[in-house]
Every structure is written in structure tokens, then in C-alpha cells.
Ligand binder design. Structure first.
Ligand code: HEC
Length: 194
């Protein structure tokens, strides 16, 4: 046999082994190259787990526990009572600093400005396009839940960001509690009007 024949024969033999080894069992995935790239050492969430007594990998957190870095708000439900209780008890923990206000303004412009408008007058660009009814102005409007927009407290605005209100959706999944407080700090500036 010359060199080319040996090479050809080896290639055919390898492919034959690969094909045959993948056929002997219908459930087998055959010969796998570097299997530890497919199968991580850690348990997958849907995998049986001998470490826990119920044998499940994806454990539910124990009752009444709060994940690290998570702020509970379930004592203030999405009701008028929850809104008024938040108004009474929920206050901005962050100090009013120019840095916080700058960040609050940036977040406000990205998340709230499209509807509420750059100056909070209820004339954001989707309102100007005629696609969306104008939200009330922070400085001169009235809240649909009673009272003036300029008197909205920390807790009332936080409650609104958490749950939304009528046409306004919730921003709870977009803004962390810290970010919400910065936005609220900036909304208080807009409530003063110009
Ligand atoms: C998609 C448009 C839209 C966006 C984006 C939006 N809002 Fe609103 N918002 C509204 C509308 C409409 C209302 C009036 C709802 C009503 O009273 O029925 C409103 C009302 C409010 C109120 C008054 C709540 C009250 O108690 O009367 C606050 C405070 C508020 N928004 C804050 C925010 C903040 C903060 C953001 C950004 C995180 C934001 N909104 C983003 C549309 C929007």
C-alpha cells in the first residue's frame, strides 16, 4: 500500500467506526467529542438531584425569605389603600445630590420622557405624534386618584412605578429600586414647574 492508500483506508475506517458506534442504540448520541463541553458538572435546573431530600435541583426559596438585593413591596398592594399606605410610609432613602439628580434625569428621559415629556408637561413625543393620550402635567395637572400631581409623594410615585396606572404600564422590571428613587427625585424637580 502506498501512503495515499493508507490515508484513505484510515479515513474510511474512522468514519465507519463513527457511523457504527452511533447506531448500536437508538437512544445513544454516538461517539461524542469532548463530552464535558455538553454536560456541565453543575446540576441543570430540570435534573434529578440526590443532594436534596425531594430530589429536585430547582429548589423553591424558603417561605418568607427575601432574595439578596431585592426590596419587598408586597405590603403595599395595587389598591388605593396600598397607594395611600405607601404615600405615608415609603420615603426616598437616597440623599438629594447633583449626581443622583443627573442620573435620575437620564433615567427619566429614557423611561418616562416619551410620554410625560422632557419637562414633565405630558407632551412626550409619542403624545405629540397623536398616538397616545397626554398624561397629566407633573406641575399643573390633577392625579386621576385625587389631588394635584405636584403634591404626589415619594411613596405615591414609587407605587405608580411599581404597578403602573391605567394606560401607564409597570416599570418594576426595568428600574431597580435605586434607579426608581433617582427618577422620583427628578420627578420632584419637575413638579416645581418652570
Ligand atoms: C407609555 C406612556 C407612559 C410612560 C412611559 C410613563 N408614564 Fe407615567 N403616566 C402615563 C399616563 C397615561 C398617566 C395617567 C394615568 C391615569 O391617571 O390614568 C401616567 C401617570 C403617572 C403618574 C401619576 C400617578 C398618580 O397617582 O396619579 C406618575 C407619578 C407617573 N405617571 C410617573 C411615571 C414615571 C416615573 C415614569 C417612568 C419610570 C412614567 N410615568 C412612565 C403614561 C406613561
Amino acid at each position: 500500500m502506498n501512503k495515499t492508500n493508507i490515508l484513505g483506508f484510515t479515513l474510511i475506517a474512522i468514519s465507519l467506526i463513527a457511523v457504527l458506534s452511533s447506531c448500536h442504540d437508538k437512544r445513544s448520541r454516538g461517539l461524542e467529542y469532548a463530552p464535558n463541553m455538553y454536560y456541565p458538572i453543575a446540576y441543570n435546573p430540570d435534573q434529578k438531584n440526590p443532594i436534596f431530600s425531594n430530589g429536585i435541583s430547582a429548589q423553591v426559596p424558603p417561605a418568607n425569605t427575601t432574595p439578596v438585593g431585592f426590596t419587598r413591596f408586597d405590603e403595599y398592594p395595587n389598591t388605593i389603600d396600598g397607594y395611600l399606605a405607601a404615600s405615608e410610609n415609603v420615603h426616598n432613602p437616597l440623599p438629594v445630590t447633583s449626581q443622583n439628580l443627573i442620573e435620575g434625569r437620564q433615567l427619566y428621559l429614557a423611561f418616562c420622557g416619551p410620554c410625560h415629556g422632557e419637562k414633565g408637561k405630558g407632551n412626550g413625543h409619542i403624545v405629540e405624534l397623536g398616538k397616545y393620550p397626554a398624561p397629566p402635567s407633573y406641575a399643573t395637572g390633577n392625579s386621576s386618584r385625587g389631588g394635584k400631581m405636584k403634591d404626589l409623594t415619594d411613596g405615591k410615585i414609587y407605587h405608580t412605578i411599581q404597578y403602573g396606572l391605567n394606560l401607564m404600564g409597570s416599570y418594576a422590571s426595568q428600574l431597580s429600586p435605586d434607579e426608581r428613587w433617582k427618577v422620583i427625585m427628578y420627578v420632584h424637580e419637575l413638579q416645581k414647574g418652570e
